[in-house]
Design a protein around this ligand. Structure first.
Ligand SMILES: CC(C)(COP(=O)(O)OP(=O)(O)OC[C@H]1O[C@@H](n2cnc3c(N)ncnc32)[C@H](O)[C@@H]1OP(=O)(O)O)[C@@H](O)C(=O)NCCC(=O)NCCS
Length: 152
């Protein structure tokens, strides 16, 4: 049910992300941005319908970011969000990435997947490249959360 994204998935990924971006819950992504990062994305498909998406973006040799996690409102509470995060964590493990972080408003959800809150300033500067196009850059309300990936 979880698969990699294809070019013809771009419109549905954009809709999944920007639906919540309009509510201030996550960062907007343009179609162009999604094409460029398409290979980062995993999708959750149910009966041929894409109902969730999530990306794993490599930042550096020891760090990757969970980006653009979104589950269609009609399909929430069924373990789809967790399954998408787990798929990204498994990919990180296969890549030998020791740490994955996310910037989020959903603390309780990520704690259930083993993430812990860390001070924003512990993350490297490169992490903030997205902030320049965030409408909340001067009043950021997100928290940083990290999970260490075990090698075995
Ligand atoms: C956050 C989101 C991805 C969760 O997806 P989901 O498929 O509904 O979550 P799951 O069903 O996999 O939930 C896994 C666990 O987290 C809990 N959980 C889910 N959302 C939660 C929330 N907002 N607050 C607290 N706990 C939450 C579930 O109860 C479940 O707990 P359990 O193991 O005790 O049963 C989804 O609500 C969403 O798309 N939200 C809008 C976009 C967003 O905020 N994305 C995050 C950007 S970083």
């Amino acid at each position: 049910m979880i698969r990699t994204a294809r070019l013809d998935d771009v419109p549905v990924i954009r809709e999944l992300i920007n639906h919540y971006a309009e509510q201030g819950k996550m960062l907007f992504r343009s179609q162009s941005d999604i094409y460029e990062s398409l290979r980062d994305f995993k999708l959750y498909e149910l009966d041929g319908v894409v109902v969730g998406c999530c990306g794993l973006r490599i930042i550096w040799a020891d760090l990757a970011e969970i980006i653009s996690l979104s589950v269609n409102e009609n399909y929430q509470g069924r373990g789809i969000g967790r399954a998408l995060v787990q798929a990204c964590l498994e990919e990180a493990r296969q890549l030998h990435l020791p740490r994955v972080f996310t910037l989020t408003l959903e603390r309780a959800f990520f704690e259930k997947s083993g993430f812990s809150v860390v001070p924003m300033k512990t993350l490297p500067l490169k992490v903030w490249s997205d902030c320049v196009r965030c409408p909340k850059q001067d009043c950021c309300d997100e928290i940083a959360m990290i999970k260490e990936i075990s090698a075995d």
